[in-house]
Design a binder for this molecule. Sequence first.
Ligand SMILES: NC(=O)c1ccc[n+]([C@@H]2O[C@H](COP(=O)([O-])OP(=O)(O)OC[C@H]3O[C@@H](n4cnc5c(N)ncnc54)[C@H](OP(=O)(O)O)[C@@H]3O)[C@@H](O)[C@H]2O)c1
Length: 273
Amino acid sequence: MLKKSFIALLLTLAVLIIGLNTWGALTLGHLTPDPGAVRQPGANRVVMVFGATGSVGDGLLKAAMQDPEVEQIYAVTRRLSPRLEAGQASGRVTVLLHEDFTRYQGMEDILARVNTVMWGLGTSSIGMDPELYRRIHVDFPTAFVSAWLAARTRGPMAFHYVTGMGTGENESAEWARDKGRAERLVAEMAEGTGLRSFGHRSAWIRPTAENAHWGIYLLERLLRPGHLVIRGTDLGRAMLEISARPGELANGTLIDNRDALEYAAAYRQHAGR
Ligand SMILES: NC(=O)c1ccc[n+]([C@@H]2O[C@H](COP(=O)([O-])OP(=O)(O)OC[C@H]3O[C@@H](n4cnc5c(N)ncnc54)[C@H](OP(=O)(O)O)[C@@H]3O)[C@@H](O)[C@H]2O)c1
C-alpha cells in the first residue's frame, strides 16, 4: 500500500515537471540579443543593489562584484550579509545602511552617479498584510525611482526590478497586479528621461553556490529543459548586459526567464567566460 502511494506520488511529480517544462519551452522567450549590438562604455560604472541580503539579491550582488566594468557598488540595506561584509572589507562594496525605503534624503550625491540599479528587494505575499505588500513592492520602488530621477536625469541609467513570473495587472492574484502596476508606474516615470526600466518576470532564481545544496541543484536540473530556472548571478549578468546595450531594449520592456538566460549568455560571450 505504502509502495503504491509512493509510486503514485512519483508519477504525479513527474507529470507535473514534464507539464511545466513543456509549457515553458513552448511559451517563454520573446527577445533575442542582437549579436552586433553596440555596447556603451561606462553603462555599468556605478551599480546600486537593493535586497542584497536576500536569496535573489545575493546573486545580483555577486554578479556585480565579479564584473570588471563595474567600478563602484552601493548596497542599500537594513543589515549585513557575509557577502556584503566581504565586499565592504575588500573595498569593492559601499554599504548604505537604510531603514525607510520610501525616503532617500541625504543620498542625492550618490544617486547622481548611479548607472544601473538591481532591485531584488521583495518578499512573499503568503501571510502578508496586502497594504504592507503594496508598500514594499509598489511604494518602495516608485519612491526610489522618483528620488533617483530628481538626482540624475542623464543616461546611461537602467532600473531592473525582479518582479517574477505571473506578474501582470490583469492577473487574478493581488500580488501579481501590485507588481504589474509597479512595473508600469516606474516605466511611466522613466518615459522621456534618461532612464530605462525593466520588469524581470523570472521563474525560479537559483541561489548562489554558497547558499545551495544538492536538493537545489537537483531542482535546477529538473527545471532547466523548460527554461524555468536562472541562477541569481546569471540574472545579474543579464541585467548588466541589457544596461550595456542602450539602443536595444526600450524603456518598459518585460524580460521573461528565457529572455534573461539569453542576455546572460550574451554577457558571457562578451566577457569571454
Ligand atoms: N527567489 C526566487 O526564485 C524569485 C523568483 C522570482 C521573483 N522573485 C522575487 O524577488 C524578490 C526577492 O525574493 P527573495 O527570494 O530574494 O526573497 P528573500 O530571500 O526573502 O530576500 C528579501 C530581500 O528583500 C529585503 N526586504 C524584504 N522586506 C523588506 C522591507 N520591508 N524593507 C527593506 N527590505 C526588505 C530583505 O532584507 P532583510 O534581509 O533586511 O529582511 C532581503 O534583502 C521578491 O519580490 C520575489 O517575489 C524571487
